[in-house]
Design a protein around this ligand. Sequence first.
Ligand SMILES: C[S@@+](CC[C@H](N)C(=O)[O-])C[C@H]1O[C@@H](n2cnc3c(N)ncnc32)[C@H](O)[C@@H]1O
Length: 244
Amino acid sequence: MSQKTIGTLYGVGVGPGDPKLMTLRAVEVLRGVSVVFAASSPKNGYSLALNTAQGHIPPEVEVVRLPFPMTDSHELLAQAWRANAGAVAQALEQGRDAAFITIGDPLTYSTYGYLLRTLRDMGCQAPVVTVPGVTAYHAAAASLNTPLVESRQSLAVISGVADPAEIANLAAISDNIVIMKAYRQFDQIVEAVEALPEKWSLAAASQVSLAEEKATTEAGALKGQKQHYLTLVIAKRRPAPQAD
Ligand SMILES: C[S@@+](CC[C@H](N)C(=O)[O-])C[C@H]1O[C@@H](n2cnc3c(N)ncnc32)[C@H](O)[C@@H]1O
């Protein structure tokens, strides 16, 4: 039998945190690879993706935590990317199939996109298979029993780390706005939506699908409180559209 020369990289979304929201495909991939990589905190090795997927990773599969610093320094991040992508490339070049797991969907505000780019820049030729996951905002909308987008409306998904003043520009062209990473500038985001000329509803959800989940349709009431990293906001123009 010929020796496999290069392994396959699987980018696996494990959903928002509840293992029951992992897909059957994600579980199948985790049972079939020889090594699982997970981005983790350099301080304590914590990885929500790993906590979520752990029960579906067989004991014989190697688990490697890749430390990613929470920093705005491009230089430090680039260094971390090169080191971590190097570890993944090495496993693939040994002919091992590898999974890189991420929270939510791997192609939505995820470290996986950087990993793919860095691997390509390093000349890694491994085949890549991406397994989509339930995004945090789909899970949040489900928790709130609130449609994300309907009829002829549009939906924008933005980063709450960007300038909240941009929300007014987006609201001119979009009927619904999901604001991910809302923890850092939560109050400014809420105030930007409250200042819009039309009436918008404002929901917030944090740690969705986890035991500590909090979700409210009155996000304004949370102003002044420190928000968890896993927090997002869903703003919707009112009134809701007629069905067509
Ligand atoms: C780096 S992004 C990851 C997004 C993820 N790839 C996805 O598809 O949902 C991190 C942000 O996602 C949101 N997020 C992730 N998991 C969440 C959860 N369980 N509850 C609420 N927000 C969550 C938060 O806004 C958080 O700051």
